[in-house]
Ligand binder design. Structure first.
Ligand code: UD1
Length: 422
């Protein structure tokens, strides 16, 4: 267990490279299970969630190797088990993505309810509904979900909510079904486009990702593929906010401007300078941010995964801002911790009213989930004095070498074991 010790008030300046996207590599790792030969996933971030997913694949019988150039080489040909380990299921939400692919390969799968970040209700009813419609028989016993399928058949399904995970699970399952599957009201996130790219590289026939109708024409088999994982737009956005909050000047390389448009427009609105060039995205913070209102929405709306970080920024804005969280029901965990640093935030259900203060001050705070952890690190970078962020394992789930990247930009962030005095 580690904590970060941050000495604040140092502007972030310089150039940093975004890592591969956590939310793209995890479903793609799951999809690799269906391949008839090894897969190479380039630009795979070295994150604890990725390491757990690797262990899950190994327990199923695959071999997973990380190369020095940041690729994961997955050989699924030796997979012989269909039970996903309960302990690992609890550690990472994305383990649910294995349902469709393992069913497709083995004809049966056993999983338990997934864990992941504690950000409110995360049901999986839409995943189950989709896989049942494809032909799986699914029963629940003592907290385990056992699914079997003799024959996958293409379906026309309308999702009640454009769930990212359910869209991905059904997309993967449908690749090996007979006939055509249409997913309507599908999620449109860039990570779904990346999954489509990988599936098609394996020989699948998927069209429409990035729109709300996805069409999958089933094929008999999939082959191994080499694929480069897209850049992590949430990491990119976190670094942009860090630059603005510390009145710094940062270029994030390997970033896709289109993926962060909702954030860019908000950052410009609050007075930051954001430029794009061939090399990346430049974010400059020149003055105290102006207040603004934000509502989280499915892509291309403002991402819920950036909400805690923008809350940190708005807590030092020159006026009052309102954030409405529409995706998850318990995603303001950082508000109380930011309060320890002097932020003035009032919560009313899914709304937070943030009365900006001129500056935050260092305190001991707890990262209770991945993105709230990132928000506390950003707050610490801009605060006066020393901030200690506990619970760094939650941040390690989704930020690769976070403190190293921040230090390369001039921040003072030390990783210290929990039992040692800083
Ligand atoms: C994914 C992302 C997560 C992001 C979220 C929303 C991954 C690994 N994680 O999570 O970082 O915050 O998208 O952009 O890609 N829902 C149901 N039933 C279901 C599934 C979802 O009611 O079967 C609801 C959820 O409770 C939530 C909403 O749908 O309110 C959106 O969830 P979903 O898009 O599925 O998020 P995840 O795939 O879990």
């Amino acid at each position: 267990m580690f904590r970060f010790v941050i000495e604040g008030r140092r502007p972030l300046t310089g150039t940093v490279k975004a890592s591969g996207a956590k939310n793209a590599v995890l479903p793609i790792m799951a999809a690799s299970v269906m391949a008839g030969s090894p897969c190479v996933l380039r630009n795979s971030p070295d994150l604890s969630d990725v390491r757990i997913m690797s262990k899950i694949l190994e327990r199923l019988g695959a071999t997973v190797e990380r190369t020095t150039d940041g690729s994961l080489v997955i050989d699924p040909t030796t997979i012989e088990h269909h039970v996903v380990d309960e302990m690992h299921m609890r550690q990472v939400k994305s383990s649910i993505f294995l349902m469709g692919p393992v069913l497709g390969r083995m004809g049966r799968v056993q999983v338990s309810y997934p864990g992941g970040c504690d950000i409110g209700q995360r049901p999986i009813d839409l995943h189950i509904k989709g896989l049942k419609a494809l032909g799986a028989s699914i029963e629940e016993k003592h907290g385990n979900i056992l699914a079997e399928c003799e024959k996958w058949e293409g379906i026309d399904i309308h999702l009640d909510i454009p769930s990212v995970g359910a869209t991905e699970n059904i997309m993967m399952g449908a690749c090996l079904a007979s006939g055509v599957t249409i997913i309507r009201n599908a999620a449109k996130e860039p990570e779904i486009v990346d999954l489509q790219g990988f599936l098609n590289a394996m020989g699948a026939r998927v069209k429409g990702a990035g729109t709300d109708v996805i069409r999958i024409e089933g094929v008999n088999e999939l082959r191994g593929a080499e694929y480069t994982i897209m850049p992590d737009r949430i990491e990119v956005g976190t670094l942009m906010i860090g630059a603005v909050m510390t009145r710094g000047d940062v270029v994030v390389e390997n970033a896709v401007a289109e993926h962060v448009q909702a954030l860019t427009s908000k950052l410009r609105e609050i007075g930051a300078e954001i430029d794009f060039n061939g090399h990346g995205i430049r974010a400059v913070g020149k003055s105290r941010p102006r207040p603004t209102d934000i509502k989280t929405l499915p892509y291309p709306g403002f991402p819920t995964d950036m909400q805690p970080q923008i809350m940190a920024l708005l807590s030092i804005a020159d006026g009052t801002s309102v954030i409405t969280e529409t995706i998850f029901d318990s995603r303001f965990k950082q508000a109380e911790e930011l309060g320890r640093m002097g932020a003035k935030i009032r919560r009313e259900g899914r709304t937070a009213i943030i009365k900006g203060v001129p500056a935050l001050s260092g305190a001991i705070v707890e990262a209770t989930d991945l993105r709230s952890g990132a928000s506390l690190v950003l707050a610490g970078l801009s605060a006066e004095g020393r901030t200690i962020v506990r619970g760094v394992h939650n941040i390690d789930r989704g930020y690769e070498r976070f403190e190293e990247k921040l230090m390369s930009l001039g921040a003072s962030v030390k990783r210290v074991p929990e039992d040692r005095r800083s």
